[in-house]
Design a binder for this molecule. Structure first.
Ligand SMILES: Cc1cc2nc3c(=O)[nH]c(=O)nc-3n(C[C@H](O)[C@H](O)[C@H](O)COP(=O)(O)OP(=O)(O)OC[C@H]3O[C@@H](n4cnc5c(N)ncnc54)[C@H](O)[C@@H]3O)c2cc1C
Length: 379
């Protein structure tokens, strides 16, 4: 397994690191404090063609792999978790279009997404979270259109995105087998944005309700086939978990680096707190956990790029990275002591943000079930 980059990719990553450190990271606190969508950050990513990183060149993207995507996502998330999650949520629409889209669908949507348009993926509903097959939104074929009714909640990028993948039941009451996936554009009649959710962290990340009231979608916007929506969702999540894990990794690294710096600067009992073994051990655990998580996540991305089974490792990477981000950020607050609890330092933000990764795209409990399923089947 080789995680090295080509010289060209290395140069690109250096450039991205520079932009992240100089432009994105300094704004992270303000983004969280104001709770305003970080438009300038997304424009920066679009100007560097990063929104289309994995989109094939023939559709206007850079045609790079998921390992490169992971390195880039890690830098972005380390600089600003919100921007990292917007970048990651985009992948949840780009990926199924790349894999399941017809030639017409790819030609129509991928170039826009490679340029500057944002995207979203909507499955979750009030009664369908972990129980993803329990979707109640319906899509009924009438002539040349599907009529979609229902609502989606918590949708990331909702309201800012131009293109959405929506999971709805074409065969209601038949569980996962009755679900289908649709491409829905912003502004489609009958599609509106409902309430905005108020969260404990990621205040600037758009998370909204999507409302479909007799929303008329052309029948050519069906993705793959009727009844294949659950498969579209599950395969999208397999890859998306690499992205979620990478987001968590970026936050863990930011928390660790902040704690290391502070431990060397903060003096108590006449010496830097980094000289106390208790603090040194916290730092050693943080660095070790981060390194271990990197390897699982890079491995899953490498396997994916090399067309080998990666799903189990993506799930392990997401599970471990989110728990490491939670642990590392909590310990970072501890290293900062009372100051860690204050808004003037970023570690409290990392701790509030880390929690989300244990919940989205399959909670830690669901990841453990997914992993156990692979193990029990001997895969
Ligand atoms: C900020 C944010 C952004 C999100 N973005 C999106 C998005 O863009 N698109 C989208 O479709 N969804 C999105 N979601 C939804 C997210 O994926 C779900 O919240 C998540 O899958 C959990 O579902 P739930 O909230 O309904 O929890 P529930 O499924 O109600 O789970 C509650 C608790 O029960 C546990 N539990 C449930 N079933 C089992 C089981 N079988 N075994 C063991 N334990 C179980 C869970 O682990 C959890 O601890 C987002 C959520 C948040 C908070």
């Amino acid at each position: 397994m080789d995680f090295s980059l080509t010289e060209e990719q290395q140069m690109m990553l250096e450039e991205i690191k520079k932009v992240c450190e100089e432009k994105i990271a300094p704004r992270a606190e303000e983004v969280d404090e104001k709770g305003e969508f970080p438009k300038e950050n997304i424009e920066l990513l679009a100007n560097m063609d990063l929104l289309g990183l994995v989109i094939p060149e023939e559709y206007g993207g850079l045609g790079m792999g998921f390992l490169t995507w992971s390195f880039v996502g890690e830098e972005i998330s380390k600089a600003c978790g919100t921007t990292g999650l917007i970048f990651g949520a985009n992948l949840l629409c780009i990926y199924p279009l790349m894999v399941f889209g017809t030639e017409e669908q790819k030609k129509k949507y991928l170039p826009r997404l490679a340029k500057n348009k944002l995207a979203a993926f909507a499955l979750t509903e009030p009664e369908a979270g972990s129980d993803a097959g329990n979707v109640k939104a319906t899509a009924k074929l009438e002539g040349d259109h599907y009529i979609i009714n229902g609502r989606k909640i918590f949708n990331t990028n909702g309201g800012e995105a131009s293109i959405y993948i929506i999971i709805a039941a074409t065969h209601p009451g038949q569980g996962p087998r009755g679900l289908s996936a649709f491409i829905v554009e912003e502004g489609t009649p009958g599609f509106t944005i409902g309430q905005k959710f108020n969260k404990m962290g990621f205040s600037a990340l758009p998370n909204v309700e999507l409302v479909f009231d007799n929303c008329k979608v052309p029948k050519e916007n069906l993705l793959l086939k009727e009844r294949r929506g659950f498969r579209v969702a599950m395969e999208t999540f397999d890859t998306g978990r690499i992205g979620v894990g990478i987001g968590a990794l970026g936050i863990a690294e930011a928390a660790y680096e902040a704690a290391l710096k502070y431990a060397k600067e903060r003096v108590q009992f006449g010496k830097p707190i980094a000289s106390f073994q208790a603090i040194q051990h916290i730092l050693a655990d943080m660095a070790t956990e981060i390194e271990a998580v990197k390897l699982i996540l890079y491995k899953s991305a490498w396997l994916k790029d090399n067309n080998q089974p990666f799903e189990k490792y993506a799930s392990m990477g997401k599970l471990k990275a989110s728990e490491v981000a939670m642990h590392v950020s909590t310990k970072a607050v501890q290293v900062f002591g009372g100051y860690g609890y204050m808004k003037e330092y970023p570690v409290q933000r990392y701790m509030r943000e880390a929690k989300l990764f244990e919940i989205i795209e399959g909670t830690s409990e669901i990841q453990r079930s997914v992993i156990a399923n692979f193990l029990l089947k001997g895969r």
